[in-house]
Write a protein that binds this ligand. Sequence first.
Ligand SMILES: Cc1cc2nc3c(=O)[nH]c(=O)nc-3n(C[C@H](O)[C@H](O)[C@H](O)COP(=O)(O)OP(=O)(O)OC[C@H]3O[C@@H](n4cnc5c(N)ncnc54)[C@H](O)[C@@H]3O)c2cc1C
Length: 387
Amino acid sequence: MERDIYDDDHEAFRDVVIEFIKRYGTNEKREKWDADGEIDRATMLAAGEAGILGLSVPEEFGGAGMLQDYRFRAVVNEETIKAGLGSLAGALGIQDDLAVPYLAHFGTQEQKEKWLPGMATGEVIGALAMTEPGAGSDLRGVKTTAKKVDGGWVVNGAKTFISSGKTADLVVTFVKTGEGNRPDAFSLLLIENGMDGFEHGKKLNKIGFHGHDTAELSFSDVFVPDENLIGGEPGHGFVQLMRNLPLERLSIGVAAAAASEAGLRWTLDYTASREAFGQPVIDFQNTRFTLADIATTVDVLWAYVDRAITLYGQKKLTPEEAAKVKFWSTEREWEILDKCLQLHGGYGYIMEYPIARAFADARVHRIYGGSNEIMREIVARQVTGRR
Ligand SMILES: Cc1cc2nc3c(=O)[nH]c(=O)nc-3n(C[C@H](O)[C@H](O)[C@H](O)COP(=O)(O)OP(=O)(O)OC[C@H]3O[C@@H](n4cnc5c(N)ncnc54)[C@H](O)[C@@H]3O)c2cc1C
């Protein structure tokens, strides 16, 4: 089904992204990212140069100022995923959908001036650190504390599963600045690479997204100056997170729809070229019906995700709607990629094939950005009116 959310500017921008992918997203590059477990800085800088990184950085700070028109970011997300470059999509997405918005939306003028220009070029890579070894879904259970001292905060604790955690220069870190677990007990601090006591721990060995680093972080008496408190006042961290999480969830929804569409395309190509019992696999009725089901679901997925992109652009996407999009689209993605993999037979299990990598990458879509159980909780609270 034809999609109609993009205009000529977005399509022209899509050409830029496709050109970038042709040049920097070669198989050789992807294999190197997978082997190294991270996207190299030169590629991130090239993305900045090409104008496909830092889309959410306002123009006055050197970015494209596209935070208000998420469709440009959706184009980057779609095209990198459709090219089988999930890890690159992840690295660009963490910068633009998870790290930059906290500065662009809530940062002080000084914080924006100091950090956003570098985030637009790729000289500063950002990450968002909420999850801890003992607290993921239940963010109010975090134990990383920031104690007030003269001129700043002293941070102690640990974070885990942090995307871009190894390569990040600047980590937007969710810390406890108050007593108890009321929302106003939490703040977001900008913790810089090189601060005494801040260690990037080991890169975690994941099922998928092999080319994008995910790491543990530890903080031991890290002094963070007052000017690194996002927004300049303590106690707003929880609300700031809640305001940006719908964007993160929308971004995962776009990734899920793009991966589903890509899975369909790879499977059409593969089954047309593979023969069994003297005929192409695509001609078995089971294959044809499965592909028909998938193609229909992909249409519905895009219709739903596109509507969410439009609502986000109109500042009308509610947290509950973002939660619905996130869990529903990632579950359809999972079913679709599983069916696509099955139609590849044994080759579907081999990492050389894009369907195998997409399948492995997709698994975490149901876990991160708020697990799908937590998404259902958010929706259920609204639907039932009960907590
Ligand atoms: C590859 C990867 C990248 C990540 N990137 C980041 C990142 O950049 N920054 C960051 O901060 N975090 C990141 N995360 C962490 C991710 O957001 C968490 O793993 C996720 O929120 C779940 O938290 P948890 O792992 O502690 O699971 P838990 O909270 O321990 O949950 C375990 C299980 O219990 C279920 N559960 C928990 N509470 C409830 C409930 N109330 N009702 C029903 N079921 C419930 C969960 O859904 C899950 O199935 C990443 C994780 C991975 C794997």
